[in-house]
Ligand binder design. Sequence first.
Ligand code: PLP
Length: 377
Amino acid sequence: MIYFDHNATAPVMREAREAWLEATEKTPGNASSPHAFGAAANKAMADAREKLAHFLGCHAQDIIWTSGATEANNTVMHHFAQTLDHKSEVWISSIEHPCVHDSAQNYFSKRVRFIPVTHAGVVDVEWLTNEMADVRPGLVAVMAANNETGVIQPWREIHSICQAYEVPFFTDAVQWLGKMPAKDLGACDFVSGAAHKYGGPRGFGFLKAPHKTKVGSLLFGGKQERGQRAGTENVPIILAAIAALEAREKQIANGDHQTRAEWKEKFEKLLVRQVSGSNIVGAGSPRLWNTVSALMPAGGQQRWVTRLDKAGFAVSTGSACTTGKEEPSHVLTAMGFKALELSQVLRFSSGWETTAADWEALEKGITKILAELHHGK
Ligand code: PLP
C-alpha cells in the first residue's frame, strides 16, 4: 500500500519514535512536580521550547503547548473573543480549516468577514489592502498553506499590511511546518502548528503568541503554560514532535524538498496528459511540494478513491475532516469551482518517505483504472 494522504496525517518518523521512547523511560516525572523527576521533565520541556522558538524565530516564552492545532486555533479565537470590543470584526480567509472557521463563527458570528481568494486559490491581497484602508478589523487570520490544495498563501505580505495598520495577524501554519522552513513564522503575532502532518506524533500542537500578552486558557484546573493552558504537559510527545521537526528542518535546509517537488510536477504533467479533461487545482499558484489537488472527470471521486484503495494507493477527496460528509469543499467553492467540479476532486499528498517510484506507480495505477472505467468495468 502506498500512502498519499500525508496532509491528513503523516507516518511517525524514527527520530520521533526514539525521542518518545527515551523520554518515556528517562523522564517519568510531571513537569510541575517539585522534585528531581519534575525538574528533569521541566528541563527537557524547556529545551524543546527553546528549540521550537529557535526554528520559528521567536521568544521561547511565546510558545504554548496544546493537544493539537484544533485546540491552538480555538484558543486564538477564544482569546480575541475575550479581549476585543463588541463591535470589532474578525477577518478570516474563506479557505481556513474548519477549526478556524467554525470557532470564529462560534465566537464572532456576524462579525466574521471572509477574505476572498482568487480562482487560483490565493488570498486576494488587493481586496485586503482596499478594505483595510476603510475598516480596521480586530484580527486577521490567513493560513500559511492550504490543506486541500497545497496553495501557499502570501502570509508575509499580509502580515506586513496588518503591521502597517496595527492589526494582529494570525497564521495557521499546520501544513507549512516541516515541509517549508519555519524561519520567519515567529514574526507573526499568532501562529499554530501540529506535529502529525510532518512525521511527529498525533496529539501535539502549539500556539505561538506574544509573551507579553496573557492568552486566556480554554481549559480550567491548572496553571501550566504560565496560566495559558491548563493540564499536565505531555513531555514525551513534546520531545518527539520537536525531534521530528529538527530532522525535517535539516532536510529542508539540504534542499531535499526541491527534488520531491520535481517528482510531483512530473506526475501532474503525466496526469493531465493521460486523463482527458483533468485539471490541477491552483496550477498557476505557488504550491507545497507534496500536494496535488486534481479534478478527475472520469469515474466520480468516491469511485476513484475506492478503486485506488483496492489498487494499493491511499488517497483522499479533500481534507480528512470533511471526508464522509456530504458537504462539498468550502475551499474549492471559495475558489469559484462549479458544483459538478466539486464532486470530481481528488487529493494526492506525498511525504518525505515517498519516492519517485511511488509517484510513477500512482500514475500507472490511475492509467490502469482509467482503462477499466472506459471498458465499463
Ligand atoms: N489546520 C490545518 C490547516 C489542518 O490541515 C489541520 C489538520 O487537519 C488542522 C488545522 C487541525 O489540526 P489537528 O489535527 O492537530 O487538530
